[in-house]
Write a protein that binds this ligand. Structure first.
Ligand code: NAP
Length: 293
């Protein structure tokens, strides 16, 4: 298996981080502004802890000011809201990120809506979601934003293409669909989900297939068209006795099975996952420089 068809998330994400780093230095030297990003993590979910740690490291590498707040699982909704209000009014904080999922006793919707939309670098606030759908300037959720950026940098044509997205979550599937519908990408979009009767009927027609389901190796070669571009968003940890950790990560696409039939394909790991943090850095810089609002 050669690597020529692989869309290299490691390469693109490091290019983006370098660009953000340079622009950050320029913003500081010209205007004295240092982008600031605050993280709030409630509870001790191990995956969330890793995500927040990695995001904090990226801030350090780039030269952002960052603060991580780890709150206990028992935190009351009002305490969390107070902290959000504090950062909403903090002039040194340009981006505010509450790591999801939240404990069950906290109303996620209320929390997301409490974040100042001008600091909503995750792009989950209804104000940003609405603006994304209407094609206006906004913070774009980092994972779909990263996918678009990868495709642009690999010169993958989207205009007039049939795009099929499997998965309709608020953080991946739906914003992905909104982006492909916008005039700059100009695709024809189909979104499949768990109630779709026959996914294959749609996926076989996809010039570009985005899998964001959370089901290991769900997409097989029988489901894709010859020459399709395959974007795998899935991050699934499975048992692997041969690996030192006893586990490994795989995507929602059976990579080996689909490789020959695809024209371009993202690997897992090393694909979309790395782009998410890079685009969070981009959004935070844009928040600090006032590029969006
Ligand atoms: P999610 O909120 O669980 O949503 C999964 C979506 O897939 C839902 O819309 C669900 O349909 C649909 N689905 C589930 N099983 C299906 C099936 N058998 N057939 C068709 N559709 C099915 O997941 P998510 O947050 O979007 O994440 C999806 C995957 O991407 C996960 O593996 C996650 O770890 C990964 N992810 C990666 C990144 C990254 O940085 N690369 C970021 C976010 C997520 P219903 O709506 O009908 O339930």
């Amino acid at each position: 298996m050669s690597s020529e068809k692989i869309i290299d998330g490691k390469l693109i994400s490091s290019q983006i981080k370098n660009e953000v780093k340079e622009e950050t230095q320029k913003l500081f030297s010209e205007k004295g502004i240092k982008p600031g990003l605050a993280f709030i993590l409630v509870g001790d979910d191990p995956a969330s802890q890793i995500y927040v740690r990695n995001k904090g490291r990226a801030c350090e590498e780039i030269g952002f000011h960052s603060i991580t707040n780890v709150l206990p699982e028992t935190t009351e909704e009002n305490e969390l809201l107070e902290l959000i209000h504090k950062y909403n009014h903090d002039k040194n904080i340009h981006g505010l990120l509450v790591q999801l999922p939240l404990p069950k006793h906290i109303d996620e919707e209320r929390i997301i809506e409490a974040i100042d939309y001008k600091k909503d670098v995750d792009g989950f606030h209804p104000h940003n979601v609405g603006r994304l759908l209407t094609g206006h300037k906004c913070f774009i959720p980092c994972t779909p934003f990263g996918i678009v950026e990868m495709m642009k940098r690999y010169n993958i044509e989207t205009k007039g293409k049939n795009v099929v997205i499997i998965g309709r979550s608020n953080i991946v599937g739906k914003p992905m669909a909104s982006l492909f519908l916008r005039k700059d990408l100009n695709s024809t979009v189909t979104v499949c989900h768990s109630a779709t009767r026959d996914i294959r009927e749609f996926s076989l027609n996809a010039d570009i297939l985005v899998a964001a389901i959370g089901k290991p190796e769900f997409v097989k070669k029988e489901m894709i068209k010859d020459g399709a571009v395959i974007i795998d968003v899935g991050i699934n940890r499975i048992e692997d006795k041969s690996s030192p950790k006893g586990t490994r990560l795989i995507g929602d696409v059976d990579f080996k099975d689909c490789y020959d039939k695809s024209s371009m394909i993202t690997p897992v790991p090393g694909g979309v996952g790395l782009m998410t943090i890079a685009m969070l850095m981009r959004n935070t810089l844009d928040a600090a420089s006032g590029k969006i609002f």
